[in-house]
Structure formats: structure tokens, C-alpha cells
Design a protein around this ligand. Structure first.
Ligand code: CP
Length: 312
């Protein structure tokens, strides 16, 4: 297979295992490129990409921008907080105004689930979802699975537990789809109030006890409690959450085996993981960030080749 089955990356739900493998193989090549002394290739020299961020971001925004620049694309950045969205302009009007400046691709983070899907139906550009509310964060899940593949050689057959605030997490949903498509076995662990009721329909088991979950898994992906998406309290206190669902070095060292610890960031140090875990050799958190650039280069490159192909 040499091209993606989709024209947009809206969610892992919409792509196939073959798409994911193609993205990984392409990312292998770009990872080699970004470790050279000359890190830039001319692949997207005729492509203009708009990064539209309607929600805060550090890793995803910088990683996309770097990926675009490494591919020699022309890049425009838009942040809702300093734009005419504040004066009441709609999403479609905002995007159409940007597209009239001849933009080919849009990378968008938005607080509303489905914003990327909506946009893909209304504008003539390739859309990449950089996180839509509590729905999906496909490039995060791709870089997470890619990092597991890099560390453990394969994703198939690996046992992965996703710990924490599953209910409000786009990272959890995209990771579940990606890991299952790649043949991993996935469990979730967290307070009952933060586990969605539909979780069993996704073929995911719930483990309420963190020590049992960690003793079962090869990889633990620790999620942040997303206070910004909560209007009520889902657990009594942060201290109690940390006591039951936080990983510290003592717990990690007392397990039957050495597991891999992941975190999508931003980390609440001392809440979901302690600093000595985040900075330990079992944690691959910064490898995830590094791999994010290669994965995003691969996604942009493969989607752009479809635009060029469709124009031929
Ligand atoms: N992991 C992630 O999406 O981080 P940002 O919110 O900083 O982009």
C-alpha cells in the first residue's frame, strides 16, 4: 500500500490498520531525516498549511509547525485567543477566509467534538484533527503506538493499560482505537466516575485496582485529570485520587516486572505520576514528543500526496 485510504485525518476510527502501518513506515524514514545534520526536505514545497488552534496547546502545535517546516511547507498560524473569533466570527467564516488565501491543508484543534468532521464537509482542504474536545486526538495516538513499537518492537499482543480520566480524554479514545487496530490488548483503570459507561462496547476491560492493572500490563499510559472539562467533582480530593490512581517510584519498583510508562503531557507532577517516575528510565515521555514530529511529518506528507495526486 502506498497511499492512505482517507483524504483527511479526522480520527483513528476512520482509518485502517494498513493506513497506520503506512504512517509508521513513512515516519521511520522521516525520523532518520530529522536526525541528520540537514533536517529539512523539500517534499511539501508547494503546499501551504494553516494551523488553527481554538484551544491551548504546547506539544501538538509546536510539533505540527516543526513537522511542516521540516517538510518545507509554507505555514500560517492562527490562535483563536488573538483573532476575530473574539468578535463573533464563525468557524466556517474563519476557515473560509483563511482558505481564500490559497491554503491546502488545515491542522485544527477545537474544543467541540466533531469540529474536524464538520469542517471537512464544508471546506475544500485536507483537514487534520489536532484534538477535538473529548473526542479524538489521532496524531497523539499514532505517536503513542509508534513509541510502543519502537520500545517493544511490536504493538501486536502487547498489554496496555490507560490510567486516569478516561471520560474526558480524546487521547484515551484514539489510543483505544489505534492499539486495538494494531492487535494490542487494552484495559482502562481509574475512578468509576471517570470511566465512560460505553467502555465495554469498545472491547475494553475495566480494572479498578491500579496495582493489579500495572502487574498485568507491559505499558501504562498515564493520563492527566482534565479539570478544564469538569463542571462537577468526580472524586473527593486530588490527594485521594493520587493515593488510588497515582504512580510513584515505590509502586513501580514493587511490581513483578519492569513496565514502560507513558504520558501524553502536560503532566501534573505529583498527581498522576511523581517526578521520579516521569524522569525515570522506564518513562518514554520525551521519546513520545520526539516521535510526534516524525509521525506528523508522515501524516502531512501522505495527505499532501493525495492532494497532489487528486489534482493530476
Ligand atoms: N499531548 C498534547 O496534546 O499536548 P498539548 O495539549 O500541549 O498539545
Amino acid at each position: 500500500m502506498s497511499e492512505l485510504s482517507v483524504n483527511h485525518l479526522l480520527g483513528i476510527k476512520y482509518i485502517t490498520e494498513d493506513d497506520i502501518q503506512l504512517i509508521f513506515e513513512t515516519a521511520d524514514h522521516f525520523k532518520e531525516v530529522i536526525n541528520r545534520s540537514i533536517k529539512k526536505v523539500p517534499s511539501l514545497r508547494d503546499i501551504t498549511i494553516a494551523n488553527l488552534f481554538f484551544e491551548n496547546s504546547t506539544r501538538t502545535r509546536l510539533s505540527f509547525e516543526l513537522a511542516e517546516k521540516r517538510l518545507s511547507a509554507d505555514v500560517v498560524n492562527f490562535s483563536a485567543s488573538s483573532s476575530s473569533v473574539k468578535k463573533g466570527e464563525t468557524l466556517i467564516d474563519t476557515v473560509n477566509n483563511i482558505l481564500s488565501m490559497k491554503v491546502d491543508m488545515v491542522v485544527m484543534r477545537h474544543p467541540n467534538p466533531g469540529a474536524g468532521v464538520f469542517l471537512s464537509k464544508h471546506v475544500n482542504a485536507s483537514i487534520v484533527n489536532a484534538g477535538d474536545g473529548a473526542h479524538e486526538h489521532p496524531t497523539q495516538a499514532l505517536l503513542d503506538s509508534y513509541s510502543i513499537r519502537e520500545k517493544l518492537e511490536d504493538v501486536a499482543g502487547k498489554k496496555v493499560v490507560i490510567v486516569g480520566d478516561i471520560l474526558h480524554s480524546r487521547v484515551a479514545l484514539s489510543n483505544i482505537f489505534a492499539l486495538q487496530k494494531l492487535g494490542a490488548i487494552v484495559k482502562v483503570c481509574g475512578p468509576k466516575t471517570l470511566i465512560p459507561k460505553y467502555i465495554d462496547r469498545l472491547g475494553v476491560e475495566v480494572e479498578g485496582n491500579l496495582r493489579n492493572a500495572l502487574n498485568w500490563c507491559d505499558v501504562a499510559n498515564m493520563l492527566r485529570v482534565q479539570n478544564e472539562r469538569m463542571e462537577i467533582s468526580y472524586f473527593p480530593t486530588t490527594r485521594e485520587y493520587t493515593q488510588q490512581f497515582g504512580v510513584n517510584k515505590g509502586l513501580l519498583d514493587s511490581l513483578d516486572k519492569e513496565i514502560v510508562v507513558m504520558h501524553p503531557g502536560p503532566i501534573n507532577r505529583g498527581v498522576e505520576i511523581t517526578s521520579d517516575v516521569a524522569d525515570s528510565k522506564q518513562a518514554i515521555i520525551l521519546n513520545q514528543v520526539e516521535n510526534g514530529v516524525a509521525i506528523r511529518m508522515a501524516v502531512l506528507y501522505l495527505l499532501a500526496s493525495k492532494i497532489q495526486h487528486n489534482e493530476d
